[in-house]
Design a protein around this ligand. Structure first.
Ligand SMILES: Nc1nc2c(ncn2[C@@H]2O[C@H](COP(=O)(O)OP(=O)(O)O)[C@@H](O)[C@H]2O)c(=O)[nH]1
Ligand SMILES: [Mg+2]
Length: 432
């Protein structure tokens, strides 16, 4: 029974009993007539009061009751909220996915930086990759010996040793995948030849891999039949990049706001750096959120693989200027890694950078030399373009970890305003 029915029942009862009392009090002759009529009137007043109260109840019930959702409607509403949330999360994730393009001349260390970034972000180097890098190291060694003996011929320097003379054609016959113990012994013998060392000392005049001194320091271990590269060996292996290689990396995020993404994603785009590879670069320019330019500090006293008359650092400077001035990168932040600091520190003791930059007067001071080179790059930037510069040794994981943290911090910071604006827009659209 609801309140209104109860009130109506009371009204009827009071009305009926009130009238009955008044009628009986008036008609029947007895001593308590006055009291009976009084009670009857009282009952009528009560019935009027209750009637008034009942009418109020009716008023409130006549205003439309809030419509209750059906189960299906509830489900639909729940789904809509979930879809909205999903849209926000997807948009957030795309705002926190950074496509970083790595540019620079050949052998500046682009692929080494990427390899390190993969190691920093996730797994160890897979076993199959280690085996392949073992083969690559053997090929690298053979290529270096080949380049040095060719340079000897060009310089007109004879090896003056019958055994070593025989090793030279064996180098061009090498098909891999691994250096045999016989060839290993012959190469060691050749390396100890003073004439060979004389040519190697003139390496700034011809192309040879930077890793050669590392390979020779670890030669016995590397050419041993059971050799499997360590992480460091693997990073020292050189494989020329052709085409475009994309690595997907992910950094977990501690959520502060509910809209924060679960992770920050990086698409690192590595490209071949040699001149003939650079025409492919244009295919990866779209959607780029940052450019990481890698230049080798060691290049100040080296010539290029594809042009032995061209100094590597001069090529880097020209290439850097060309890239930073591209319209498509006008609003894209640039980062510069001055790489191979380890080699540079040793090299400048013998030959200061004044050989390439005659105005430089700082001698063999590492900081002054790097600061000067940094300034050379900065002076090629278009006006008002920001540049974050870091000197690194990319074969050292710690260096790349720290340097990349800076890049990440910068990108997330710059991204904040964009994220806030996008979220506001998206939420406003959803409210419509
Ligand atoms: N010593 C030394 N060697 C490096 C460094 N970075 C790269 N290399 C070596 O330089 C060579 C070329 O590097 P790579 O990453 O292939 O250059 P990319 O052509 O720019 O991709 C490889 O043999 C690397 O091991 C470094 O910081 N120090
Ligand atoms: Mg490469």
């Amino acid at each position: 029974m609801n309140q209104r029915t109860l009130a109506l029942a009371i009204v009827l009862f009071c009305l009926a009993s009130g009238i009955a009392m008044i009628v009986v009090g008036a008609v029947v002759d007895m001593a308590l007539n006055g009291i009976l009529i009084g009670f009857g009137v009282f009952m009528l007043v009560v019935s009027a009061g209750v009637l008034y109260y009942a009418s109020k109840l009716k008023d409130s019930s006549s205003s439309p009751e809030p419509k209750k959702n059906t189960e299906a409607e509830d489900l639909e509403q729940g789904n809509a909220i979930r879809v909205d949330q999903q849209l926000i999360e997807e948009r957030m994730q795309s705002l926190y996915t950074f496509k970083i393009l790595i540019l620079g001349a050949g052998e500046s260390g682009k692929s080494t930086v990427v390899k390190q970034l993969r190691l920093v972000h996730s797994a160890k180097i897979p076993q199959a990759q280690l085996v392949e890098d073992g083969n690559n190291l053997h090929q690298n060694i053979v290529d270096c010996f080949g380049a040095i003996t060719q340079a000897a011929a060009r310089f007109g320097i004879s090896l003056d040793n019958e055994e070593d003379e025989k090793t030279v054609p064996a180098l061009s016959r090498y098909t891999g995948p691994r250096i045999t113990p016989e060839l290993g012994a012959a190469l060691k013998h050749l390396y100890d030849n003073p004439k060979f060392q004389e040519v190697y000392a003139r390496r700034s005049e011809f192309w040879v891999l930077d890793g050669f001194s590392y390979y020779m320091k670890n030669f016995d271990r590397i050419v041993a039949p059971e050799f499997l590269p360590t992480e460091e060996d693997s990073l020292m292996a050189r494989v020329r990049t052709t085409g475009i290689v994309v690595s997907e990396l992910e950094s977990k995020v501690v959520k502060v706001n509910p809209d924060d993404p679960a992770s920050i994603k990086f698409q690192i785009v590595d490209v071949g750096g040699q001149r003939n590879e650079r025409k492919k670069w244009i295919h990866c320019f779209d959607d780029v959120k940052a450019v990481l330019f890698v230049a080798s500090l060691a290049g100040y006293n080296q010539v290029m693989y594809e042009d032995s008359a061209m100094n590597r650092m001069k090529e880097d400077l020209t290439l850097f200027e060309e890239m930073t001035k591209k319209d498509i990168f006008a609003n894209i932040p640039f980062f510069l890694f001055l790489n191979k600091k380890d080699l540079f520190e040793v090299m400048i003791r013998d030959k200061p950078i004044s050989g390439l930059f005659p105005e430089y007067k700082g001698g063999d001071d590492v900081h002054a030399s790097i600061a000067y080179i940094e300034q050379e790059f900065r002076s090629r930037l278009p006006p008002k373009k920001d540049l974050l510069v870091q000197a690194v040794t990319s074969v050292w994981k710690r260096d790349i970890k720290t340097a990349f943290e800076e890049v990440k911090k910068y990108l997330i910071d710059k991204n904040k305003d964009l994220v806030a604006a996008e979220m506001k827009k998206l939420k406003a659209e959803m409210k419509k």
